[in-house]
Design a protein around this ligand. Structure first.
Ligand code: SF4
Length: 213
């Protein structure tokens, strides 16, 4: 491999992949290719975080794709709340553009930071990565970065980086909020069950003590 194009979705997700590639001596450049992100202010916030904490300190070349939410709406939003179909179309759009940029910038291989998130569809990402790479005659490097997620979370928190709490598109804002609400409900239920078990254990203890009198 001579040069790798790393498609990056944001700063926190790029921390560990860039550390790994730097340590193993892989020559790489980064493509911030994310027309999916809504609202535009968040697109800018993620980009400035990527620059401040990843590309500038490591002196890695950064390419920025065209931010055109209109194309995302036409090619991806049509799948609405059907997440697997919508996310596949979203990966396709971003990775095809990243593959095109890879060729333009003399890279012979392509990978993505997207696989670091346990909330993404890893198998679909790999299929779309392969498809995009084949289309542009370069090699797909299917790195599964999910094991890096805890360390990326720890490091990004320690650095005080901006950490968005949704994937990126307008649909994912509502989906992430619903998931957080569901998790909160589950935690409260578990807390209630634990409390009830403790109360029963205490009541049983009292009954036993009474029966010994
Ligand atoms: S949830 Fe994420 S990957 Fe799926 S369509 Fe939205 S931005 Fe794209």
């Amino acid at each position: 491999m001579t040069k790798l194009m790393l498609h990056a979705c944001c700063g926190p997700c790029s921390l560990e992949p860039t550390r790994i590639f730097s340590e193993e001596g892989t020559e790489f450049i980064i493509d911030y290719e994310n027309p999916n992100i809504f609202p535009p202010e968040d697109y800018e916030h993620r980009l400035s975080t990527l620059k401040e904490y990843v590309t500038e300190p490591q002196k890695v070349e950064l390419i920025e794709g065209e931010y055109d939410p209109q194309t995302w709406e036409e090619q991806v939003a049509i799948y609405g709340t059907d997440r697997p179909k919508r996310c596949r179309a979203c990966y396709r759009l971003r990775l095809e553009r990243a593959a095109e940029h890879a060729v333009e910038h003399g890279c012979d291989s392509l990978t993505t930071t997207l696989t670091i998130s346990p909330y993404q569809f890893t198998d679909i990402i790999f299929e779309e990565l392969q498809r995009a790479a084949d289309r542009y005659g370069i090699k797909a490097i299917c790195c599964d970065f999910r094991s890096c997620y805890p360390e990326a979370t720890r490091r990004s928190r320690a650095l005080g980086m901006y950490r968005q709490n949704y994937c990126g598109c307008r649909f994912s804002i509502a989906e992430a909020a619903a998931e957080r609400k569901e998790r909160k409900k589950q935690l409260e239920h578990e807390k209630y069950l634990k409390h009830r078990a403790l109360m029963w254990a205490a009541a049983e203890g009292c009954t036993n003590q009474m029966s010994q009198l």
